[in-house]
Design a binder for this molecule. Structure first.
Ligand code: FAD
Ligand code: MG
Length: 299
């Protein structure tokens, strides 16, 4: 085997997973396609000592610090195939020979499927958000819209008033029942019925009936799903939940396939930069210990 561990995904989770392995002088290959989930947002919030720092800068510092360790290799590429081989795994990277390792870490993140409303995708990460803990404070208690995709919107609808006066745009996706109406009233949420046509200017939501609702920011539900084709190829089990599809892991971030670990957004619903970093460092240490205490995958 060329490497002890191959980490697929070199963003927050992958960087954090590779770090303890590098510090144990293990041979680590990180392969990263460069598509961080938060690449649409300029600043990242809520990560201790890095609150408000450009998201790209956090990743760049992490990468530079990791690459100081001499046993770390890095490819800026996509992994297109992964498979089990005797004693480990083989991966295929665009335009390179097959790479092999005793363990794999999937830190491949998720893909956000945005609601299909004209003008929404262009504003993703700038005026349209999914997480109020990440971007709510900066709306400075201005008016907030929440675009429903299903009754699941009830959850965020009740949270959002802490960040500003909130309007729930039903967009014909569900009709709240009496209990739900009561819950919305208790949190002071305004209801807007009717279909959304498009978004213009910074955040003017234009309804099909011609009304325009202006907000400081719009929240939307994105049904993130694990960018999981590699996990599928390897035979990993998934979890389906209200917050999307993730790779199933145990408390040490091991997947259901021996020798394959997963961390970050790929392996937890509702992820964030600090959670990805925490999961990644846990996975890295767990992988390292598995090399010592459970070295033989095939027995
Ligand atoms: P990602 O950062 O998504 O990285 C996954 C990496 O894996 C990518 O680089 C990708 O190219 C790579 N990859 C995937 N498949 C392959 C493959 N086959 N081969 C090679 N590489 C591959 N969180 C916060 O804590 N604070 C915020 O302020 C915040 N703001 C956000 C704003 C927006 C608009 C969005 C969408 C999210 C935001 N988040 C924020 C959430 C945060 O982006 C994620 O929780 C975090 O990026 C998860 O890190 P990760 O390493 O698990 O995955
Ligand atoms: Mg990562």
């Amino acid at each position: 085997m060329e490497f002890d561990v191959i980490v697929i995904g070199g963003s927050y989770a992958g960087l954090a997973a590779a770090t303890p392995l590098a510090r144990a002088r293990r041979r680590v290959l990180v392969v990263d396609g460069g598509m961080r989930r938060n690449r649409y947002a300029e600043h990242s919030h809520g990560f201790l000592t890095r609150d408000g720092t450009p998201a790209a800068e956090i990743a760049a510092i992490g990468r530079a610090q990791l690459l100081r360790y001499p046993t770390v290799s890095w490819y800026e590429k996509s992994v297109t195939h992964a498979q089990k081989i005797e004693g480990g795994f083989a991966i295929t990277v665009d335009g390179l020979p097959t790479q092999t390792a005793r363990r794999l870490v999937l830190a491949t993140g998720v893909v956000d499927r945005l609601p299909d409303v004209a003008g929404l995708a262009e504003r993703w990460g700038q005026h349209v958000f999914h997480c109020p803990y990440c971007h709510g404070y900066e709306l400075n208690q201005g008016r907030i819209g929440l675009l429903a995709s299903s009754a699941q919107a009830m959850h965020l609808a009740q949270l959002l008033p802490d960040w500003g006066p909130t309007t729930l745009l039903l967009n014909d996706t569900f009709e709240p029942d009496e209990l739900q109406l009561d819950a919305l009233r208790k949190r002071g949420v305004t209801l807007a019925r009717g279909l959304v046509d498009h978004i213009e200017n910074a955040m003017d939501v234009v309804m099909k009936d011609g009304r325009t609702l202006t907000f400081e920011g719009l929240f939307a539900m994105t049904s993130p799903y694990s960018a999981g084709s590699l996990a599928t190829l390897l035979g990993c089990a998934f979890e389906e939940g209200p917050m999307g599809r993730t790779i199933r892991t145990d408390a040490l971030k091991a997947t259901t396939v021996p020798g394959v670990y997963a961390c970050g957004d790929a392996a937890r619903p509702g992820g964030s930069v600090p959670l990805a970093v925490g999961d990644g460092s846990l996975a890295g240490a767990a992988v390292h210990q598995s090399l010592i205490f459970a070295p033989h995958l095939d027995r």
